[in-house]
Design a protein around this ligand. Sequence first.
Ligand code: SF4
Length: 180
Amino acid sequence: MNYAQIRSLDLSNGEGIGVALFVQGCHFHCPNCFNPETWDFNGGKEWTEEVKNKFLELANRPYIKRISILGGEPLAEENLDDVLDLVNRIRLSSPKKSVWLYTGFTYEEIMKYEYGTSYINNVNCEALRQAIFCQCDVLVDGKYIDSKRDLTLQYRGSDNQRLIDIQRSLQKGEIVLWQV
Ligand code: SF4
């Protein structure tokens, strides 16, 4: 995986003081995307073991309450293995911090995978997407739609995008919106 940027102090992509990782590469190409330089999977910088450890150190600082993973597209096939490894590591090293995941996929698209489905076509990607999602706390879902742009919205760009409380949604079996 490549990454576009690490923010060691991030106040805009989630609640409270956080760190943010912008991964590199996105297939969606939403018109008027805020970050088109992150589309090319060959762009950005290499996500090495050393960079990952540094990011985890930044996330472990006591005043950091949130870790945001965005892009680019964290759930693009090319990024799945490294993003899953990262959330696994975050859950071990920072289990109490809130993990926010931004993706162009919707909650319904991520949830459509059912365990036990045979290993064909893109099922492996779907399983990996769901495995990442299940370990996060807040999902900001859906592609950016320019005609639905709303500058008054917190933490998202267009009003089709939802802030979803992942753990409560999984418990209830239906979407529970995240609330401050
Ligand atoms: S999903 Fe995000 S990064 Fe990808 S094109 Fe849309 S707004 Fe840009």
